[in-house]
Design a binder for this molecule. Structure first.
Ligand SMILES: NC(=O)c1ccc[n+]([C@@H]2O[C@H](COP(=O)([O-])OP(=O)(O)OC[C@H]3O[C@@H](n4cnc5c(N)ncnc54)[C@H](O)[C@@H]3O)[C@@H](O)[C@H]2O)c1
Length: 326
C-alpha cells in the first residue's frame, strides 16, 4: 500500500493507494458512522455494493452520469433527499465515482449545513490522479464551467487502481492526458516513463507519482493565488474547446490535450507531446480557429483585470506563468 499525507489549511488528510482496497474498506472506514454515498448511475454496481455493504447505516443517492449533472438542479435534488432523510451534520458523505461525482457531491458536502465531512473514493484515472485531491469542488452554470464552487478538503482519499479495469478505454486515455500534463509541467522522468512503458503495468506507481506532483502544488498554494495555476497548463484553451463544443465533442482530458498543444511553441517539445498523446488516442488536431476560441479564453478564471495568465512549458518538466496583455 502507498500512503501520501496532504497538508491542508482545513485539515491534513491521507491518500491510500492499494490494489483491491475496495475489498478491505472496513480497515479504513468507521463503520458506526452514518454515510451518504453518492454515485452516478453508470458506476459498476459491484463497487457500489462493496461500499454499501460496509457502511451499515447509510443513505444511497444516485444521479445521471455526465458533465451536465454538475448543476444547481442536481445539487438541490441531492440536498433535498438528504433533508428528507434528516441527515445531520455528523454524517459523512462518500463520493464514489469519477470527477463529476467528486466535484458535485463534494460541493454538496461543502455546503450542506455549512459543511459535513466527505471522503473521496475515485474510480476513474482522472479522478484518481487529479480531481479527488486538492479540495476543489464545483458545479457548472449555463455560462461557465466550474464557476460556482469552493475549496473543501476531503478527510480521506481511498484509491483502488483495480477499479480502472472496468473503465472504458476512452476514459482511461482521458486520465492519461492529465498524467502527461504532470510530466510536462514538473517531471521529465515521468514524461519519459509514460513514453517508454506500458502504463497499465505500473498503475499504482504512476498514480502515486502523479499525486506527489499534485500534492506539491496544492500544499504550496492551496487557494490557487499563483503557483497552483501551473496545474492548469493546457486548461485555458482546453476549457475553451469544451465550451465551444458545449461539452459534447471532447472529454475533459481530450480538450486539455488540444489545449496543451495550442500553447506549445517549441517544435521539438510539440512533436514529443503529439507522439505521446497519439499513444493514448488523444486528439492532436481540431479545426477551431483562434478567433472562435478567444471569447472563451477571455473568460478563463486565471485571468486578471488587464492580463491573461497563460501557463507555458519551454522545457519538458518545467512550466511558468506568462502574462499576456489583453
Ligand atoms: N476538482 C478538480 O480538481 C478537478 C480536476 C480535474 C477535473 N475535474 C472535473 O472532473 C470531471 C471529469 O471527471 P471524469 O473524467 O472522472 O468523468 P466522470 O466522473 O463523468 O466519469 C466518467 C464515466 O466513467 C464512469 N465510471 C467511473 N468509474 C468507472 C469505473 N471504474 N468503471 C467503469 N465506469 C466508470 C462514470 O459512470 C462516467 O460515466 C470534469 O467535470 C472536470 O471538470 C475536477
Amino acid at each position: 500500500m502507498k500512503t501520501i499525507e496532504v497538508k491542508s489549511r482545513f485539515h491534513n488528510y491521507p491518500i491510500y493507494i492499494e490494489n483491491n482496497l475496495l475489498k478491505s474498506l472496513r480497515d479504513y472506514l468507521d463503520v458506526n458512522r452514518f454515510y451518504v454515498i453518492v454515485s452516478d448511475d453508470l458506476i459498476p454496481e459491484t463497487y457500489v455494493n462493496l461500499v454499501r455493504e460496509v457502511c451499515e447505516n447509510h443513505l444511497f443517492i444516485s444521479f445521471p452520469s455526465g458533465e451536465q449533472s454538475k448543476s444547481f438542479e442536481q445539487m438541490e435534488r441531492i440536498i433535498s433527499i438528504m433533508q428528507d432523510h434528516n441527515v445531520t451534520r455528523d454524517a459523512c458523505l462518500i463520493a464514489l465515482g469519477g470527477g463529476v461525482t467528486g466535484d458535485l457531491s463534494g460541493f454538496v458536502a461543502a455546503t450542506y449545513q455549512r459543511g459535513i465531512d466527505f471522503i473521496q473514493i475515485p474510480t476513474t484515472l482522472l479522478s484518481q490522479i487529479d480531481s479527488s485531491v486538492g479540495g476543489k469542488v464545483a458545479i457548472n452554470t449555463e455560462k461557465a464551467k466550474n464557476s460556482v464552487g469552493n475549496f473543501y478538503a476531503p478527510i480521506m482519499v481511498l484509491i483502488d487502481p483495480l477499479t480502472l479495469n472496468t473503465l472504458p478505454e476512452r476514459h482511461f486515455n482521458n486520465g492519461m492526458a492529465e498524467m502527461i500534463k504532470y510530466g510536462m509541467i514538473y517531471s521529465k522522468p515521468l514524461f519519459e516513463f509514460i513514453e517508454s512503458n506500458n502504463v497499465k503495468n505500473h498503475l499504482e506507481y504512476l498514480i502515486e507519482q502523479s499525486l506527489l506532483i499534485k500534492k506539491y502544488y496544492v500544499e504550496n498554494d492551496e487557494f490557487e493565488s499563483s503557483l497552483r495555476q501551473i496545474l492548469n497548463f493546457g486548461h485555458t484553451y482546453g476549457h475553451a474547446y469544451e465550451s465551444l463544443y458545449r461539452f459534447e465533442k471532447y472529454l475533459h482530458g481530450e480538450a486539455i490535450s488540444l489545449g496543451m498543444l495550442r500553447v506549445c511553441d517549441n517544435i521539438d517539445i510539440k512533436s514529443r507531446l503529439e507522439s505521446i498523446l497519439n499513444k493514448f488516442q488523444l486528439p492532436i488536431f481540431d479545426e477551431a480557429t483562434e478567433e472562435m476560441l478567444l471569447p472563451y479564453v477571455k473568460k478563463d478564471k486565471k485571468n486578471r483585470k488587464d492580463a491573461l495568465n497563460l501557463i507555458v512549458v519551454n522545457e519538458i518538466g518545467k512550466a511558468s506563468i506568462q502574462k499576456v496583455i489583453k
